[in-house]
Design a protein around this ligand. Structure first.
Ligand code: FES
Length: 141
């Protein structure tokens, strides 16, 4: 199966759900580590959209990258509840710890609002982070 055929298969498996574009983009990002121009073309064709429409969504969300990024990803929640619990004061320390080795991402709510600040690495969500805990999380990613 070619890459384009696999992307078309992902599109077909999500075609029946309402608003299939974002689930498809997430699935393609997970499968290939990116949503590149070829993927945008195949998805646009499958959903009867223009490539510009698909690209507009891809470029709007930070979750999607045009090429694979092999660095580990630490996603820090910067939504309101985590902001209220002090996440913004931790970000610069996380950035310093990340350097060029770790990619930091922003998410808006990980479902642990009362236990923030929260961050996700892979499938695991970490809560009640202070600066030392977040820096350690970044260093160990
Ligand atoms: S606002 Fe951060 S986990 Fe909900």
């Amino acid at each position: 199966m070619t890459r384009a055929e696999r992307i078309a298969e992902i599109c077909a498996s999500n075609a029946a759900i309402e608003g299939p574009l974002l689930p498809i983009l997430h699935a393609v990002q997970r499968a290939f580590g990116c949503v590149d121009a070829e993927a945008e073309r195949v998805i646009a064709q499958a959903l009867n959209l223009s490539r510009a429409e698909v690209h507009g969504v891809v470029s709007f969300y930070h979750d999607f990258t045009a090429e694979p990024d092999p660095r580990p990803l630490v996603q820090i929640c910067r939504a309101e509840a985590c902001q209220a619990r002090g996440v913004e004061a931790l970000v610069s320390a996380a950035e310093a710890a990340a350097g060029d080795r770790v990619r930091l991402g922003t998410v808006y709510c990980l479902g642990l609002c009362s236990a923030g600040p929260s961050a996700r690495v892979g499938d695991r969500v970490h809560a009640r982070l202070d600066e030392a805990a977040l820096v350690e999380l970044v260093r160990s990613a």
